[in-house]
Design a binder for this molecule. Sequence first.
Ligand SMILES: Cc1cc2nc3c(=O)[nH]c(=O)nc-3n(C[C@H](O)[C@H](O)[C@H](O)COP(=O)(O)OP(=O)(O)OC[C@H]3O[C@@H](n4cnc5c(N)ncnc54)[C@H](O)[C@@H]3O)c2cc1C
Length: 449
Amino acid sequence: MRPAPVISIVGAGPAGFYVAEALLQALPDCQLHLFERAAAPHGLVRYGVAPDHQKLKQVAAVFEGIAGHARLRLHAGVEVGRDLGLDELRAGSHAVVLTHGAALGRSLGIAGEALPQVFSSAAFVGWYNGHADHARLAPDLAVDSAAIVGNGNVALDVCRLLVRAYDDLAVSDIPQPMLQAFRQRRIRAVHLLGRGAPGGVKFTFKEFRQLADLPNVRVRLPQAAAFTDAMWEQADGPDARRTLQWLRAQHDKPQAPGDAADTRLTVNLWFHATPAAFVGTDRLQAVRVRMGMGTGVGAEREIPCGLAVTCVGFASRAIAGAPGGDAAGRMRHRAGQVLDEAGGAVPDLFVAGWAKRGPSGIIGTNRACGDETTATLVAALPALLAQAAPRTTDFGALLQSRGIAVFGHAGWRLLDAHEQGRGAALGKPREKLLSLDDALRTLATLAPA
Ligand SMILES: Cc1cc2nc3c(=O)[nH]c(=O)nc-3n(C[C@H](O)[C@H](O)[C@H](O)COP(=O)(O)OP(=O)(O)OC[C@H]3O[C@@H](n4cnc5c(N)ncnc54)[C@H](O)[C@@H]3O)c2cc1C
């Protein structure tokens, strides 16, 4: 009789859960260990998806169903590669699946990026979502204008959060200290800087309308006079086409009397606008942009701004002991089987989600991605099971012997209920705990040892 497969998964985001679900289904006798470095599971559903998109966060209920499975053990608060070596995990498992996402903000590599008030979207989004890595970011939102670099949905999320009415934000799950910073906003204008043509925008029309339809916001095209017919008409896809049509219809509208007294906030969409430098002495004052259209093509212009968020993608954080990834930080793989730098298969190592594909696709994309990886793993399993049995699978005892406090699904359920209770008292879905220490301290009061 073959031994029961023991499989470890690194990262309790959507990819980790979808892989777990597929493995539990495909292998009725497997034992799964799911490791998560944060004080809460659900990955970017909790720490990336915008706080005013609570409906989307409801997918967490699906993940909770998987986390509660009798053959899955969650180990929250454990960073693989630091608290537990990947080699130790491999020695204790027949196979390991890496689903550690892509949490690092990519940089533009231009001057001034390290100035105070210039943030990557990974940091800024992590901050307003209460991620422990970024909870101390303390951006000053009491500035007149902000620049956002990028033309994707993350850029629009950040823009919407910066301009959205406080009352809307107060009923989201933005933690109270961050909400305080939003309350102090003075922003009157946001500049969205896209490198490409108007028809090359990467965001969806739905996300665009969520911004453009805000009653306190007007979208403007400062370069509209220089738009050619081709620029109005050439679009890279249906979302970009619909966005262009909407913008053109607005642009063609005659000015209504009273427009001059319009007090709405302005979102300026710039195109063919490549940031060349962030400018300032002790903090950001402007972004210098190389313009690629209209009068003065190739000229640089400075756009004043007291805050900048660069939304230009994400890269995976390397896990010590794992083969290096490609230039974009993705693991090399063949249908989810990890490959080493020379292109050879690492037999017991697999990958899924953003660590595999890079930062693209929606939450649901990770299900098909996880299914592919699971199929590859299941096919490889007979050979993996034929090898020596895992040395130890008592990861809990190993971590305890190192003094590393971890908690499982029952602990997370208590914390989840606690956060929701704190939120209800404030009229919000939840009030998040902002660090692992906070979570452990709270847990000690909720479930005394
Ligand atoms: C700002 C933003 C907004 C988004 N909005 C939407 C949206 O509205 N709708 C939508 O469908 N999709 C949205 N997405 C995309 C969606 O969140 C991703 O597709 C999805 O989260 C990727 O899943 P993942 O599991 O690969 O990565 P993640 O969600 O990042 O999960 C990875 C997990 O691994 C953990 N981890 C990392 N390293 C270790 C380690 N060494 N040890 C243990 N654990 C580790 C992390 O803490 C994390 O919990 C958004 C993404 C971002 C960034």
